[in-house]
Design a binder for this molecule. Structure first.
Ligand code: ADP
Length: 438
């Protein structure tokens, strides 16, 4: 039975008892004086009972009120047990709730502590900012980086004055997304990574210091470029002398020199490919121009005319685009198509090669297809890696270096394009390159 019903029932009983007593008194033949004294006395007595009963009822309510207030201030204590009161069950339930809340609070503060330990132990600068750009959480690495202690609840642009970071934050504000990009900050190079939470509308920023990594990369690049450069002259000279020597040698000696020549050629190919790759890595801007598709492809096919005839391979060009031109860095994009056709010829015994050009709204798409040996699926994810060759002895025989496709991929990336490969052993290979329209 609910509290209201119980209380109401008790009041009704009290009033009924009172009324019955008054009626009995009235019907007894008491003198008027005694009647009024008795009436007054009984009324007083009933009011006293009502007073204590109301007190008895409201006292637990006061206790519940002050208990809830204390709990809201994170002061957890249990209410005393009460019996003989309508509020007994509420006290019990409140106590269970308090114990649970206390447990959650302890758990939460442990998680918070753990979170703080983790965030502080990370050497990357981390901060979280809300929709308005106010910093809500940050770690020590961040405060060290910005050289300020109290950064909480400050606008991040007041803490770090950096245009690239401001632009990044602005882009996330306009279009919430997870972004990773490099930027310069305080004489160092950073990789900034952002992670947006749909739930809270906050963004986590992490700055990875990649200054040393970039320096090492530069040293490695310069080293490869210099070594390749230094090797090219002596290798070309060795090849020249070998060719002179050939005229004066016997048949047996010629066979030996031929082996040396083939290996020298291989070395020259590697050095040339390394030089191409290193030069590409040093490039920051492309010289994009409008190129007539048909002329561009025909000029490349002409280079291979002799090899195609020799291997009896048909090469067809099929341009299906509405516009007869595309935009790219002519010299570099030539290298892409040359490398792909070169591979297609190398790895096709007899059969055909097709270069198809199609388009969609955003890109011009070049497909180079051959009916050659194909590549096993397990090698496909790795063929664009440097020095990765599927079959070492076959590649060596063909004069391959394992660098051709990495050069292709690098140039496609420079054009903000994509490259895909599909292949089936014994059936052929298809490379699909998409480069954005200007
Ligand atoms: P390589 O100089 O050895 O040809 P690439 O980087 O150009 O090096 O190619 C990597 C490997 O991918 C090659 O070793 C070859 O096995 C395989 N490959 C590339 N293109 C083709 C193709 N059109 N058909 C079959 N295999 C190919």
């Amino acid at each position: 039975m609910n509290i209201f019903k119980k209380t109401f029932r008790k009041f009704v009983i009290l009033i009924l008892v009172y009324a019955v007593i008054i009626m009995i008194l009235k019907s007894s033949l008491l003198p008027a004086n005694s009647y009024y004294i008795l009436f007054g006395f009984i009324t007083f007595f009933v009011l006293l009972i009502a007073y204590f009963y109301i007190r008895f009822l409201t006292k637990p309510l006061e206790k519940i009120g002050s208990h809830l207030q204390q709990v809201s201030e994170n002061k957890y204590y249990e209410l005393p047990e009460i019996t003989l009161n309508e509020f007994q069950q509420i006290f019990i339930d409140l106590n269970i709730l308090t114990v649970r809340l206390k447990k959650y609070e302890t758990k939460l503060s442990k998680h918070k502590e753990g979170f703080n330990i983790i965030i502080e132990s990370i050497k990357e600068a981390i901060w979280i900012q809300d929709k308005k750009g106010l910093i809500t959480i940050s770690n020590n690495s961040f405060t060290r980086l910005v050289d300020q202690r109290n950064v909480k609840d400050q606008y991040f642009w007041n803490v770090i004055r950096n245009k690239e970071l401001y632009d990044l934050s602005d882009r996330i504000f306009q279009n919430p997304a997870n972004i990773t990009e490099e930027l310069d900050l305080k004489d160092s190079r950073f990789l900034a990574s952002t992670s947006y939470s749909n739930l809270t509308g906050e963004t986590v920023f992490i700055l990875y210091d990649i200054t040393e990594f970039r320096k090492l990369e530069m040293i490695k690049r310069d080293f490869v470029l210099n070594v390749s450069h230094e090797l090219r002259t002596p290798l070309t000279s060795i090849k020249g002398y070998l060719e002179t020597l050939e005229e004066e040698l016997s048949k047996d000696q010629l066979a030996l020199v031929d082996v040396i020549k083939r290996n020298t050629d291989r070395l020259i190919n590697i050095v040339n490919d390394l030089l191409t790759l290193s030069r590409l890595e040093h490039i920051e801007d492309l010289e994009i121009e409008k190129i007539t598709t048909a002329d561009f492809l025909q000029n490349i096919v002409n280079i291979f005319e002799f090899r195609l005839k020799k291997k009896k391979i048909e090469l067809a060009i099929d341009i299906q685009t509405r516009e007869n031109y595309f935009h790219a860095d002519r010299f570099k994009f030539e290298q892409v198509i040359i490398n792909l056709i070169d591979n297609a010829i190398k790895y096709t015994k007899d059969g055909s090669i097709k270069v198809i050009v199609v388009e969609n709204v955003e890109s011009t798409i070049f497909e180079v297809l051959d009916s050659g040996s194909g590549i096993n699926q397990k090698h496909l994810p790795r063929v664009f890696e440097r020095f990765y060759v599927v079959d070492k002895s076959r590649s060596r025989k063909m004069g391959g270096t394992g660098l051709g496709l990495s050069i292709v991929k690098h140039i496609v990336n420079l054009h903000d394009g994509t490259i895909e490969i599909e292949s089936e052993v014994g059936k052929g290979t298809k490379f699909k390159i998409s480069i954005p329209k200007v």
